[in-house]
Design a protein around this ligand. Structure first.
Ligand code: PAF
Length: 284
């Protein structure tokens, strides 16, 4: 594995690999790698010839008072994991390399970024969209792997790639959970023992809603209320949002969703791993 820190160096190496006929798989990360990231690295390794990963804690996607300074950083451990998972090129730029001056150009994906996580983090998706656009322009034509844990981010990246005609195939990979069902996340490190134990309520609530859907419930308001009610029974948690939205537009779904029974039947067929839906109970 070669570690590079300069944009021109990475661009030159990616161009050279493609000139030899290689397909590039790209996994952007902010480091503090866990099994979720590693599943993306392994998917890229299985699908493509040259695997590029980036580690860059992107200041632009942290709002004032958020955890930019505290965000966990451990380059030695991350590098060892990346090498172990077959990464060929590890891009670790400094902030000065990525943002030599405060950028006057940013990328804003409207509509998709207003609700859900965007409601409480109004600048987050502009920061993500800007850095992802920069990284994809540096790496060039590739397959880029994103976790569907951050589903809104995945939808935003897919849309910006389509809108800007970037020569990139965006691949969404399944969420990876801890044995007790909590989604793996670098930020789980912030949870103390008691809060961490209570976090399983999110998984239990989601599983209950999946059960209801599989039993035939299609009323979006009832499903959303059930989710909100189950989470709010845990007094230690404050619910940010619970919603039922369209998977592409992220627009709230109201009433009964037409045609879902047919779609449900199709979904049960065999699908490639990265296209499977994220039924929380698959990790139980
Ligand atoms: O999901 C993340 O780790 C980040 O938002 C990303 C996509 C690497 C952009 O900084």
């Amino acid at each position: 594995m070669k570690t590079v820190s300069r944009i021109d160096d990475l661009r030159r190496r990616c161009d050279a690999a493609r000139a030899e006929g290689a397909e590039i798989g790209f996994v952007p990360t902010m480091g503090s790698l866990h099994e979720g990231h590693r599943s993306l690295l392994r998917a890229a390794r299985a699908d493509t010839d040259v695997v590029v990963a980036s580690i860059f804690v992107n200041s632009l996607q942290f709002g004032p008072g958020e955890d930019f300074a505290a965000y966990p950083r451990d380059l030695d451990t991350d590098s060892a994991m990346a090498a172990d998972d077959g990464v060929d090129l590890l891009f670790v730029p400094s902030s000065a390399e990525m943002y030599p001056t405060d950028p006057l150009t940013t990328v804003h994906v409207s509509g998709l970024t207003r609700g859900l996580c965007g409601a409480s983090r109004p600048t987050f998706f502009d920061g993500v969209a800007t850095v992802v656009t920069k990284l994809l322009s540096i790496v060039g034509p590739c397959r880029a792997y994103f976790g569907r844990k951050d589903y809104q981010q995945f939808a935003v990246v897919k849309r910006l790639v389509a809108d800007l005609d970037l020569p990139v195939e965006v691949v969404g990979c399944p969420l990876v959970r801890e044995p007790d069902g909590v989604a793996m996340s670098s930020r789980n490190a912030y949870l103390d023992g008691d809060t961490r134990a209570r976090a399983t309520v999110l998984y239990e609530a989601l599983s209950s809603v999946v059960d209801a859907v599989q039993e035939g419930e299609r009323n979006a308001r009832l499903l959303r209320d059930r989710l909100a009610d189950l989470v709010s029974r845990e007094p230690a948690l404050t619910l940010d949002y619970a919603d039922v939205v369209d998977a592409t537009t992220l627009a709230p779904v109201s009433g009964n969703r037409r045609g879902d029974r047919g779609r449900g039947r199709r979904r049960r067929g065999r699908r490639p791993a990265h296209r499977q839906h994220d039924d929380p109970r698959r990790w139980r």
